[in-house]
Design a binder for this molecule. Sequence first.
Ligand code: AMP
Length: 619
Amino acid sequence: MEFATFAARAEELAAEPGDIGTTLAVADLLRATDGDDLATVTRFLLGRVFPAHDTRTLDIGPALCRESIARAAGPNVTAADVEDRLASAGEIGAVAAGFDFGGQRGLAAFGEGRDVLTVAELDGALRELAAASGDGSESRKLDALFGLFNRCDPAEATFLARLVLGEMRIGVGEGTVRDAVAEAFLAVSAGGDGDEEEGDGDEEEGDGDEEEQPDGDDTDPALRADDEAVATIERALQVTNDYGRVAALARDEGLTGLRAEGLEVGRPVQAMLAQAGTATDAVESFGEVAVETKFDGARVQIHYVPEGDGDEADGGALGPELYSRNMDDVTDALPEIAERVADRADVPVILDGEVVAVDDGGDPLPFQEVLRRFRRKHDVDRMRDEVSLRLHAFDCLHADGADFLDEPLRARHDRLVDVLPGAAAELETASDVEAIEAAEAAALDAGHEGVMLKDPDAAYTPGDRGREWLKRKPDVETLDAVVVGAEWGEGRRADLFGTFLLGVRAGADGVSAEADSRRAETGDDEFATIGKVATGLTDEELADLTERLEPHVVSEDGTELAIRPAVVLEVGYEEIQTSPTYSSGYALRFPRFVGVREDKSVADADSLERVARLAGDAA
Ligand code: AMP
């Protein structure tokens, strides 16, 4: 494919307003792309030359890009001129297009003698340029990029500039490419029998246009690849991290080929992620909960094939390689972790874990200490003496030629304990909140960050931030809230207040004492309610609060009492959520009494603004 064709299609994509239209247009482009160009074009659409798992980068910064554009623009143009134009155009592609490089050389853009740039040639040139290293590599990159710009018409220049800076600005994201690949190569064919197992790419070719016709289906002209096709592609993307490869596989081998795609030692996958959650959430969702320490360090994915082992299944020996959460290669910065893996593992593995800095006694140090080691390129040996590291492996994705992504955590954990003796404890499980809280307290006592609560039956889903893994950290900050109501207790606490309605200051200027009493009389709402607290109080505390609050009761309705703001409570919580239940628009999840803020008047209580901030909303 000529790069000019790609650029023209990219311009059309940028002008396409709808999501479905974009997906169909990308599908069209992919169908129209032959041979090896398909993988390249798929990556280019996402602004990539290399797949995400590949640690190579072009390493072309904006300055180098501007400089090469200036050079291609002719002797009278400087990098500063390019910068000026960038300031008004706001975007490098438009700047590159504006110079009309072909015109500079007196060539008609599509005229005779034009040295046509193909997608394949450009890809090769950029890969070569990425390999430049050492002295003079900067100027070699500049020369190479200048040479490429020199051959570009305005549309090509636009997309070359954007490609080297990794941002295409054509409204095509990863989800679009995924859906488009499904649409292009795995859609049930027109009038077809739904036998998508065939996956025979050839049959799809050449009849792309007919595919656009809805086949008697009266649903919108939309996407016809089914959910299974999309899920299969998603899965192949998770294990390969390469949109180009997956597009080619979908075309050439269909669903069968995509399903056969497995992990490869040495090719990192995205890490599985966690959502915030509580012990109660975990017990309710999983029943039995795997409780692991949440280590406060840096994520590492370990790939290793020992000498003389697994050569067939895993493609030859591979010294331990360590990848960060973003799949950067951090092996050289962490030699002792690599050594430890090589010492202990006897079979090829892909493991997931956390590297933590420890003091001389082996106790964990704050996260910042790990950072001093993590991406270090120089003085690694000196820093190795200064900051000791420990590996806590917690998952096993692959061992001895077999992938375990679809195995339950329990099984993966058993494999982990087998393959890395001594580096991981047996999986601990608990089925009640108290046991989890005890484990959390022990983890915190030992200086860790909290606990991870995992579904022991869940698969490992790379890149997914699902509810299968919950992270549970202690409350970061408490809230000082005003008691604005109460409910009588029950049973032996029937003559005491048992539940307290909490409010935060809602007025922008805080609340004056006069406003307090006026509010009580008039019902004027100076405080916005945010939740009720009923846990964490002893009988004595309830008796004390009842006594303090009784004089401030303004009205009583059944078991519910309205209380004039007078007492400030410090409350903990798991999370602040938006909620229509309370007048603040927020609700505390699992609020818990910490104490009475004797030192605070209601005017010093927390404001709605702070709540919004704690909830992560813009204040
Ligand atoms: P956060 O960074 O707060 O989103 O928490 C998730 C991170 O906790 C993961 O990406 C890991 O780096 C880290 N982590 C620490 N211990 C564990 C564990 N036992 N299981 C999974 N992740 C863990």
